[in-house]
Design a protein around this ligand. Structure first.
Ligand code: PHE
Length: 347
C-alpha cells in the first residue's frame, strides 16, 4: 500500500477538473474504494501485530491521500474561477443591442415636451432665448424689479438665501432675466426664458421647493396692453388646442408691472375630469402686465420712449393642467410606468 502512494499522489495532481478528481477520490477512499477495501481486509489477517502494522500503514496512506485530495480541490477550484472570469470578461467592442431589442425605448418627459412646445410657439413669433443664473443677487431678484427691501412682496417669495452670502439667493422667479437682458441688450426686445426657480415652500401635491418658470418680455415703442392680450389669447388657444378659448384678464398686483393681471382660462369638470376651454369655472394660468416704468429706469431705459409687457408662468402647473396630473411630485419621481403613460415620443 505504501509503495502505491506516490503513484496515486501523481494521479491526483494530474487531474484537470473537479469531476475527474471526485471520481478518483471515490475509487480510492469511497465505500468500495481501494483503501477502504484494504482496511476492511485487515480482519482477515491472522495476527494482531500484523493487523496493527498494516492498519497503521493504510491509515497513514489514507491521511496522505485525503490531504492530497484537499490540496488538489483548492487548486482546481481556483483554476475554475479563473477560467470563469476569463470567459466572462466584457467585450467592449461588441455593438450594443438595439433599444427595441431590450424593450427600453426612452420617452420624452412631459415637462420637457411642454417646454419645447411653448418655446416653439414663441420662437415662431420672433422671440429669442435669454438666460440668467440660478444663484442671483437681491438687485436682480428684487430691487431692480421694484421690490425694495422691506417691501411686503419680499416676504411672499419664501427666498432661499445663500449661507455666508446675505445678498445672494436662489432666484425665486425668472423675472431676474428681464433685468439681466435689459442690462446687456438694447430695445426693441422679444425675449423668452425658461429655467429653474426656488422657493422654500412645503412639499405637497401642488408645491415643490424647485420648479420651472417661463418668462417673456417684449419691449418696443408703442407697445400696449392690447398686444399682450392678443399674444396670450393666441398662446392659450395653441397650448390647449381650442380656437378662441375663453380667457379672463383679472386685475392683480406685481411690483414690476403696472397694470398687472392674472390670466384665467375657462374650464369645467365633467365626470370628475377637468375639461379646459369651456364651462363656467376659471383656472389661473399665468401672471403678466405692462413693465413698470421704475423697472425700465432701473435698467437705464427711458420709459417715455419704450414700453413693454412681461409675463411669467409655472411650467409644472401648465403641465399638470394640460395632462390631468394631480400631484406635482409625480413629475420628479422617475416612476417608469408613469413615464410610459405620460411620456411622448416626439414634440
Ligand atoms: N414673476 C412673477 C411670479 O413669479 C410672474 C410674473 C412675471 C408676473 C412677469 C408678471 C410679469 O409670480
Amino acid at each position: 500500500m505504501q509503495s502505491q502512494l506516490p503513484i496515486w499522489i501523481d494521479q491526483i495532481t494530474k487531474t484537470t477538473d473537479l469531476s475527474q478528481l471526485e471520481a478518483l477520490k471515490a475509487s480510492l477512499l469511497g465505500k468500495s474504494g481501494e483503501v477502504t477495501q484494504a482496511l476492511k481486509g485487515l480482519a482477515q489477517l491472522a495476527s494482531i501485530e500484523e493487523k496493527k502494522a498494516k492498519g497503521a500503514e493504510i491509515n497513514a496512506v489514507r491521511d496522505s491521500l485525503a490531504e492530497a485530495f484537499q490540496n488538489q480541490i483548492q487548486i482546481l477550484e481556483a483554476k475554475a474561477i479563473e477560467q470563469k472570469l476569463n470567459a466572462e470578461s466584457l467585450d467592449v467592442t461588441l455593438p450594443s443591442p438595439s433599444f427595441t431589442q431590450v424593450g427600453a425605448i426612452g420617452r420624452i418627459h412631459p415637462l420637457t415636451a411642454l417646454k419645447e412646445e411653448i418655446s416653439d410657439f414663441f420662437q415662431k413669433r420672433g422671440f429669442t432665448f435669454a438666460e440668467g443664473p440660478e444663484v442671483d443677487d437681491e438687485w436682480h431678484n428684487f430691487d431692480a424689479l421694484n421690490i425694495p427691501a422691506h417691501h411686503p412682496a419680499r416676504q411672499n417669495h419664501d427666498t432661499f438665501f445663500i449661507e455666508g452670502h446675505p445678498t445672494h439667493l436662489l432666484r425665486t422667479h425668472t423675472s431676474t432675466v428681464q433685468i439681466r437682458s435689459l442690462a446687456t441688450q438694447k430695445p426693441p426686445l422679444r425675449l423668452i426664458s425658461v429655467g429653474r426657480v426656488y422657493r422654500s415652500d412645503d412639499l405637497d401635491a401642488t408645491h415643490t421647493p424647485m420648479f420651472h418658470q417661463i418668462e417673456g418680455l417684449v419691449l418696443d415703442k408703442d407697445i400696449n396692453m392690447g398686444h399682450l392680450k392678443g399674444l396670450i389669447r393666441e398662446f392659450c388657444s395653441t397650448l390647449f388646442g381650442v380656437a378662441d378659448v375663453p380667457v379672463r384678464f383679472r386685475p392683480s398686483f406685481f411690483p414690476f408691472t403696472e397694470p398687472s393681471a392674472e390670466v384665467d382660462i375657462a374650464c369645467t369638470k365633467k365626470d370628475g375630469k377637468l375639461v379646459i376651454g369651456k364651462g363656467g369655472d376659471w383656472l389661473e394660468l399665468l401672471g403678466c402686465g405692462m413693465v413698470h416704468p421704475n423697472v425700465l429706469t432701473n435698467c437705464g431705459v427711458d420709459p417715455l420712449e419704450y414700453q413693454g409687457f412681461a409675463f411669467g408662468m409655472g411650467l409644472e402647473r401648465l403641465c399638470m393642467i394640460k395632462n390631468g396630473i394631480v400631484d406635482i411630485r409625480q413629475l420628479y419621481d422617475g416612476d417608469e410606468s408613469w413615464l410610459k403613460h405620460f411620456g411622448s415620443f416626439g414634440f
